[in-house]
Design a protein around this ligand. Sequence first.
Ligand SMILES: *Cc1c(COP(=O)(O)O)cnc(C)c1O
Length: 372
Amino acid sequence: MSSDPSSLQPVQRCANQFVCDLVAYEPGKPIEETARELGLDPETIVKLASNENSLGPSAMAQEAMRAELSQAHIYPDGGGYKLRSALAKKYDLGLEHVVLGNGSNEIIELLCHCFLNPQAELIAAEHAFVVYKLMATLFGAKYVEVCDPDFIHDLDGMAAAITEDTRLVFIANPNNPTGTYVDEHALDRFMAQVPDHVVVVFDEAYYEFWQDAPDTLKYIREGKNVCVLRTFSKAYGLAGLRIGYGLAAPGVAAILQKARQPFNANAMAQTAALAALEDKEHVANTKAMNDEGLAFYASAFEARGLEYVPSVANFVLVKVGDGDAVFQAMLEKGVIVRAMRGYKLPGWVRISVGTKTENERCIEVLDEVLAS
Ligand SMILES: *Cc1c(COP(=O)(O)O)cnc(C)c1O
């Protein structure tokens, strides 16, 4: 591979400009990479950067995957029948409402495939999950960002931003990286203002962590053009397998089904997800760990006079001064958090809630870094 930038120019000239202009998504820094670069023992590194489940995958999911290994030569069920049926049953919906994705991120992409074009607009909040903006850009559409005072989606402002060209509105609830939410009353008022040519997407990646999550499936039952995104990556601890789903109005789901690859949800992921759905204890333990962790961080930040954003998800945003510097200094001490410059929040870092030991280590290292 050539690193000479001049050699890239001819190919950049024939690529779509809006793709060349993209700043690629920067994921949380992996443990192995950190260990390699800093000469640390990977065993000692604490990663609190990608909102993963520190309890790991459910034992039931692991067992199901082991049993599935010998079938790896067979294509997956492209229709995802068992998993979609289980999800439909869980939510009292039909098969026609359920779409599987290679992570719920893929469903975000499918929505953009189906509804965006260079004339179309996508509306999201100023500090919303950054993938919406990346995808809108990738499809050459207009990305409309609505201010979110105090980091909370301004749904009236978002409704007012809808035009004839609006096709998608994304509501991340709770939002990543802020951990903030909008309640059912605000959502009802918003939904009453949305015209028929707009699909509203509720991104509920952290649904299982939030006691008082509003019922957005009712909009599906009411026949509205909505898609609710959920995932096995967070509370279910299966981020590495890439499996998520959309629950949508049948009309929306049917269009999404046309846009996906025939085997987008791999066999191992389908098997693991199906088993994980049954492991209610694992999800309950995860939620209990998270509740305790959120309370721990809140009181730790308060005791230190650090500004933070109260969260109903499995991470928390905290103001530390120079976010990049704090990220780097903590990294060198073996704790990986997430710098927030990409979200135009250079003074903040986002910390995922881990186990009690991980959370305590994180605050210990944060103290050392802020003291120096
Ligand atoms: C983590 C996350 C997702 C998706 O994760 P997948 O692993 O692709 O399922 C989607 N939306 C938000 C807001 C997230 O934080």
